[in-house]
Design a protein around this ligand. Structure first.
Ligand SMILES: NC(=O)c1ccc[n+]([C@@H]2O[C@H](COP(=O)([O-])OP(=O)(O)OC[C@H]3O[C@@H](n4cnc5c(N)ncnc54)[C@H](O)[C@@H]3O)[C@@H](O)[C@H]2O)c1
Length: 331
């Protein structure tokens, strides 16, 4: 571990990038936020001014080329991830890339190959559920073998609401991507087939919502994933695993449960930044610590490619209503 703090730049300072920039500036020991980049120059300058002596770039590739930047968080929209992550790889700079790694499988495979050509891991993909304390405990329980082999995984992923521009395809590519990665991680297997179902007549302002994806895993296991982006309730993520000798659930709410006046229950967070705050903190801390040791941990570019390939097949299934096989290219 080097004694010097890791000097980090953040590309794309919208909702997620600003959250990461604040985390790096205030809550991650061993890291210093030195730069942000956003083509929306007003936004970049506002975030930089708010967070101390931080340089504001308009062009993300100028941030990557800055010698004063040791490592980069890529939090731009997914369509720009390939160019920006490959620029980091070619510069030998560590990158934490928000999910999805890319929006299409061919681009994700190019990132996998660029990293292989560099000869070492440089990229962690931002599937932060792997760092959520409850999900991590669930994975350890499954790894211990106490419950036997997992047979079924049931996921629920609900937002209160999403912006008007959020499309049916984005429900698969941006939201379901989290469940796809969690299923690959918990089963320890690839997805071989995906079918996306939609309840008849259930469309909200053009968005096919909710959607239910059924994943078939290579070892025969099955996962069901409800994604409901306009549930009107709040941000809810739950996961239940049925295994050979028992079952386990996470996401029921570890907070205060109230029993009062014919009411039982607790609060539902409005947004993912509250529900997964501990996971984002742990994810970024693990990334910073690993970079300072000269390593990369957590989800790989292959994990990012596999999730994107499954979601690409999921979009095809969304349109056809039929099961779509998933075939991963040899990286
Ligand atoms: N891990 C999670 O739970 C989670 C949650 C939300 C979003 N995300 C991911 O984070 C990324 C950003 O999402 P968001 O919700 O913050 O979006 P956003 O729209 O709020 O912010 C995107 C920002 O990127 C900027 N931008 C646009 N084009 C750019 C370019 N070419 N280069 C650099 N910046 C550019 C925009 O000006 C904007 O400031 C996406 O990949 C998204 O899927 C992850």
């Amino acid at each position: 571990m080097t004694a010097a703090p890791l000097r980090v730049g953040v590309i794309g300072v919208g909702v997620m990038g600003t959250d990461h920039a604040e985390r790096l500036a205030h809550r991650v020991a061993g890291a210093t936020l030195v730069a942000v980049a956003d083509p929306d120059v007003g936004r970049a300058e506002a975030v930089a001014a708010q967070l101390g002596s931080v340089h504001a770039y308009v062009d993300p590739l100028d941030l990557v080329a800055d010698d004063a930047v040791d490592a980069v968080v890529v939090a731009s929209p997914g369509a720009f991830h390939e160019e920006q992550v490959v620029a980091c790889i070619e510069a030998g700079t560590y990158a934490l890339c928000e999910k999805p790694l890319t929006v299409d499988a061919a681009a994700a495979l190019r990132v996998v190959r660029a990293e292989r050509a560099a000869g070492r891991r440089l990229v962690q993909v931002g599937f932060m559920r792997r760092f959520d304390p409850e999900y991590a405990a669930l994975a350890r329980l499954l790894d211990s073998g106490e419950l036997g082999r997992p047979l079924l995984v049931h996921h629920v992923h609900r937002n209160k609401n999403v912006a008007d521009w959020f499309t049916s395809e984005m429900v698969v590519r941006d939201s379901l991507a989290h469940e796809v990665d969690a299923c690959r991680w918990l089963f320890g297997e690839e997805v071989v087939e995906i079918t996306v179902y939609t309840p008849a007549g259930r469309t909200a302002e053009g968005i096919v919502d909710p959607q239910v994806a059924v994943l078939r895993m290579a070892g025969g296991g099955i996962a069901t994933c409800e994604v409901f982006v306009r549930s009107g309730v709040g941000y809810e993520v739950r996961c239940e695993v049925s295994a050979e000798r028992g079952n386990a659930t996470v996401g029921l709410g570890g907070g205060v449960l109230v029993r009062a006046a014919s009411r039982w229950g607790g609060a539902v967070p409005d947004d993912f930044r509250e529900r997964f705050a501990a996971a984002y903190d742990a994810e970024v801390r693990a990334w910073v610590d690993a970079c300072r040791r000269g390593e990369v941990v957590g989800p790989t570019t292959w994990d990012g490619y596999a999730a994107t390939a499954v979601c690409e097949a999921g979009v095809a299934s969304l349109h056809s209503g039929s099961p779509v096989p998933v075939r991963l290219e040899d990286g």
